[in-house]
Design a binder for this molecule. Structure first.
Ligand SMILES: Nc1nc2c(c(=O)[nH]1)N[C@H]1C(S)=C(S)[C@@H](COP(=O)(O)O)O[C@H]1N2
Ligand SMILES: [Mo]
Length: 496
């Protein structure tokens, strides 16, 4: 009867523990940016089934608020890196998940190749009553017998099976169901989990399940005897030296803790460097998804959300307010850079370039969603009109809101955003002039805002004043490709 663990189990077990802690902490950072859980993608304020925040904002609030006001600052003790660093939390999450999945694949392959699956996968329904009996035995302060010829008792085998073959794939599936690229391309896949908010809620419950499993698992190790269990899972040798196993095991756990302390400190201290370093691994992965998936969203009019959150306060300067007061009659959109025919367009001239309507779901990086109908000019029509030069690689959108005045938190400068040219040609990339059949409201970006449906909301610049076609974005703003990338360390790649 095998009472030991093979070395590959020892290694993958440790890596799994290591990655899961990173995923849990960075996942909590992501949750802190929108600490509310919903079952429906309309997610109106006040209708959440869980809220991890004392702040309340109502749909009928008289004072204007922005979804960034809903963000919470969580301690680095629970979140990675903590303190309102959604961008970096996402970087850590997406970096880790690639290695966690890789470890999982290696593990599962070895489980089948070595025949180890026999100890993990129940082959008969009797595992259920047997497991219940085993739990009963524990409740009588006794240790149930192992399955004859196998290393685990029935409840243990069933628990491991559920965690490895049900819970882990479930977390991956619900995770993927939150990516705007995936949702735009495969809306039916999203519906499987009740939409993005359903997927978010289920993903959180999955985290709770992992938490419960971990607590019970650690408790069981204590019940079964720490030195014995450590010699098996640390040394891969039940006959090994117990003191050594215990020391090595505790040293391993301490190393994991120390690593977390160091990366949390580093991430908070050197935010730009963390953004760049992690982006180097994460961005190619995201780019592959964004390139592969073009938007295909088509919702019904009845899907339109009664309430659409706002992110970002409108421009506060007199010029903007004067323009707004006259229905933007004086507004002019400047389009230039690497084009053969630079232009300055009034709203009427812009409208004349063509119209397109789309009912689509907005995905804010913080986590909220809302469906609306947007109408406006396809960006490709404008590009044809001005004649984009072949060397152009990116499109820059300059906005009229000075964030130093409207958002605070020590951030400054006018909002701007950039997108790679290939996204500009997507069928659902438009310069929106209307929302839900009426001219764009001020809060949602009047008179002109970008809609680009495979990307997160922060790429969709509102209150656009000028558009420029460029080769490189490194000398614009702080050079990270957008205001939120510059000032909040978001990834420039926003398809996930
Ligand atoms: N000019 C400008 N555009 C902006 C922002 C902003 O603060 N300023 N916020 C962005 C973010 S983070 C999101 S989620 C969307 C929100 O669009 P909405 O307010 O129409 O819902 O606008 C994006 N465009
Ligand atoms: Mo956002």
């Amino acid at each position: 009867m095998p009472t030991f663990f093979p070395l590959w189990v020892v290694i993958t077990h440790f890596l799994n523990l290591f990655f899961l802690l990173l995923l849990a902490r960075s996942g909590l950072e992501v949750l802190s940016a929108f600490p509310k859980l919903y079952w429906h993608d309309d997610c109106p304020p006040g209708r959440e089934w869980a809220r991890f925040s004392k702040k309340m904002y109502g749909a009928d609030s008289r004072r204007m608020w922005s979804s960034l006001d809903e963000e919470e600052s969580w301690s680095p003790l629970i979140a990675l890196p903590g303190r309102k660093n959604l961008g970096l939390g996402r970087h850590w999450h997406f970096l880790t998940v690639q290695f966690w999945i890789l470890t999982g694949i290696v593990y599962v392959v070895l489980v089948f190749v070595t025949g180890y699956w026999h100890y993990l996968i129940p082959t008969h329904w009797s595992i259920v009553p047997d497991s219940i009996r085993a739990v009963g035995t524990y409740l009588h302060f006794q240790i149930p017998a192992k399955i004859p010829g196998q290393p685990f008792e029935p409840a243990q085998k069933l628990a491991y099976f559920l965690v490895i073959f049900v819970l882990a794939p479930f977390q991956i599936a619900t995770g993927a169901a939150m990516s705007p690229s995936v949702l735009a391309r495969f809306p039916r896949y999203g519906k499987l989990f009740g939409g993005k908010q359903g997927a978010r809620s289920l993903h959180f419950l999955g985290l709770c399940a992992f938490g419960v499993f971990t607590v019970v698992h650690v408790f069981m190790v204590i019940v079964h005897g720490v030195p014995d269990e450590f010699t098996k899972i640390v040394l891969a040798d039940p006959g090994g030296n117990r003191t050594f196993a215990l020391a090595l095991g505790l040293a391993g756990l301490f190393a994991v803790l120390l690593f977390h302390v160091i990366i949390s400190w580093f991430s908070l201290r050197y935010r730009r460097r963390t953004q760049r370093l992690l982006g180097w691994v994460v961005d190619p992965f995201e780019k592959a998804i964004s390139r592969a998936f073009r938007s295909r969203q088509r919702w019904r009019r009845s899907d339109i959300s009664p309430y659409h959150r706002v992110n970002g306060y409108p421009p506060t300067d007199d010029d903007y307010e004067r323009m707004a007061a006259t229905g933007f009659a004086d507004y002019r959109l400047a389009v230039g850079g690497l084009v053969t025919r630079p232009v300055t367009l009034s709203l009427t001239q812009l409208r004349d370039l063509g119209t397109q309507r789309q009912i689509v779901k907005h995905n804010c990086i913080q986590g909220w969603t809302a469906v609306a109908e947007w109408g406006g000019v396809p960006l490709s029509a404008l590009m044809d009109h001005v004649g984009v030069a072949p060397e152009a690689r990116h499109v820059v959108f300059y906005a009229m809101d000075d964030k130093g005045l409207t958002e605070g938190e020590g951030r400054y400068g006018y909002f701007y955003g950039t997108i790679p040219l290939h996204l500009a040609g997507n069928p659902q990339t438009i310069l929106a002039l209307d929302m839900n059949g009426a001219p764009l409201p001020v809060a949602h970006g009047a008179p002109v805002r970008l809609r680009i449906e495979t990307q997160l909301g922060f790429k969709m610049v509102k209150w656009i004043t000028a558009i420029e076609f460029v080769v490189d974005t490194a000398d614009i703003g702080m050079g990270m490709g957008g205001w939120r990338e510059d000032q909040q360390f978001y990834a420039n790649a926003a398809g996930i």
